[in-house]
Design a protein around this ligand. Structure first.
Ligand SMILES: Nc1nc2c(c(=O)[nH]1)N[C@H]1C(S)=C(S)[C@@H](COP(=O)(O)O)O[C@H]1N2
Ligand SMILES: [Mo]
Length: 411
């Protein structure tokens, strides 16, 4: 409470009259001239709205490891540096797919529940649209997110091109538990296998406990039907767990007594350790944050007030606090949070800062309700093998130079 009051007082002190005079014009008593658009009748309605033509187009950053040979494999990352708040608009939700986006006709698609159940069941999409629904806001993060921040030299690309394999949406569907109970789970069942209807038939094993806890069959995303890239007509959504397990275009759930050890959980999505061994199952995504404004490749235009802002999240539950440093981690101050009441959703953090024209090293550090603290990069790197690529939740550093340029650095 005391912290919070201090924070508010400091914000007020920094903000009032602090935005550079060059950016705020003086007004005097004169009639408003009126712009051309004030004198003519406006445009007609649009069926499906578009951003203002005066805005720079916002779009995903493509990572296509096989180029034009397989343009739908790899990732298209969310432009987190251009977004605000905590919800990712559907057209720029990140996409991570192994064999492109299948063109699924919902009339022909079926979902099967089989294996260790009393009654194997087959559902049409129409049938699934009849179940009572729930709505929840959850982030989804690929465990390969931020692998681009593990290259030998820090990449000078926008924040989203490195850390944009994360999005947050309001998902509507129903608990997977409902279908499992309808099929009747046999006592020997301890795992499920979830499989997609893409040509990769991407599939993962999920502990039954999670499937019966908060797993969602999602049909809607931010108020409209799932986008094809996000798994239309239906996907699995496992709150807080690595994105790979949230199988898109879901066509089959098989109840098993053991993990199936699919190709997607043996050759991929395992964590290489320094001693040559590998961790097979790292389900929960670590506590993490990244400053999105200002961030890599941006340019500060003016000295004076700058709002430092970004996103934070934790697979373990709620984000309890986010701290910001402008001196490379020597000192930390608490940021204000939006959305911190929701577990496993993105949180927006903001911190008021005066840039005096000198160099600065901007970092953010998230701490969750379980007490997990986002690690410094050095510690994270030491924990894994040199070629480890998954679950990088380490602290991100942006250096501000005296000319206002913002660079990605390893600190
Ligand atoms: N069937 C299927 N499900 C899938 C994938 C896939 O390629 N095929 N990719 C997985 C991976 S690696 C991630 S990170 C998430 C990404 O979900 P999104 O594309 O909706 O952001 O979906 C997962 N589900
Ligand atoms: Mo992923």
């Amino acid at each position: 409470m005391k912290d919070r009051r201090l924070f508010l007082r400091r914000s007020a002190a920094v903000v009032s009259g602090a935005v550079a005079a060059a950016l705020v014009g003086r007004a005097s008593a004169e009639p408003l001239a009126g712009e051309p658009w004030e004198r003519v009748y406006g445009a007609g309605f649009t069926r499906y709205g578009q951003p203002s033509r005066f805005e720079q187009p916002v779009g995903r950053h493509f990572g296509q490891p096989y180029g034009e040979l397989a343009p739908g494999s790899g990732a298209a990352l969310s432009p987190i540096e251009a977004l605000e708040g905590i919800i990712t608009p559907n057209p720029v939700h990140f996409i991570r797919s192994h064999s492109g986006t299948p063109d699924i006709d919902p009339k022909a698609h079926r979902l099967y529940i089989h294996g260790l159940v009393d009654r194997p069941l087959r559902f049409s999409v129409d049938a699934l649209l009849h179940y009572p629904r729930i709505t929840r806001t959850y982030f989804l993060e690929c465990s390969g997110n931020s692998s681009r921040a593990l290259t030998p030299q820090p990449a000078q690309v926008p924040a989203g091109a490195m850390h944009g394999n994360i999005s947050c949406a309001e998902w509507t569907g129903f608990p997977l538990r409902m279908l499992l109970e309808e099929a009747g789970v046999r006592p020997q069942a301890k795992w499920i296998l979830a499989e997609g209807a893409d040509s990769a038939h991407m599939s993962r094993s999920v502990p039954l406990e999670k499937a019966l806890d908060d797993a969602v069959i999602a049909l809607y995303q931010n108020g409209e039907r799932l986008r094809p890239e996000q798994g239309y007509p239906l996907r699995l959504l496992l709150p807080g767990w690595e994105g790979n397990m949230s199988v898109k275009w879901l066509r089959r759930i098989k109840l098993t007594d053991e993990p199936t050890h699919t190709k997607d959980e043996t050759s991929k999505y395992t964590d290489a350790l320094p001693d040559g061994r590998a961790l097979q199952f790292t389900f929960e995504m670590g506590v993490k944050s990244v400053i999105t404004r200002p961030s890599s490749t941006m340019q500060l235009a003016e000295r004076g007030f700058q709002e430092i802002s970004g996103i934070a999240w934790s697979g373990a539950g709620r984000v309890r606090r986010v701290e910001v440093s402008t001196d490379g981690g020597k000192t930390w101050a608490e940021a204000a949070l939006t959305g911190a009441e929701r577990p496993r959703a993105l949180v927006r953090f903001r911190y008021p800062w005066q840039w005096n024209g000198g160099t600065a090293l901007l970092q953010s550090r998230a701490i969750d309700e379980k007490g997990n603290v986002q690690p410094v990069r050095r510690d994270w790197v030491a924990r894994y093998a040199p070629d480890a690529r998954f679950h990088n939740n380490s602290i991100v550093s942006w250096a501000v130079e005296t000319d206002g340029r913002v660079k990605h650095v390893y600190a």
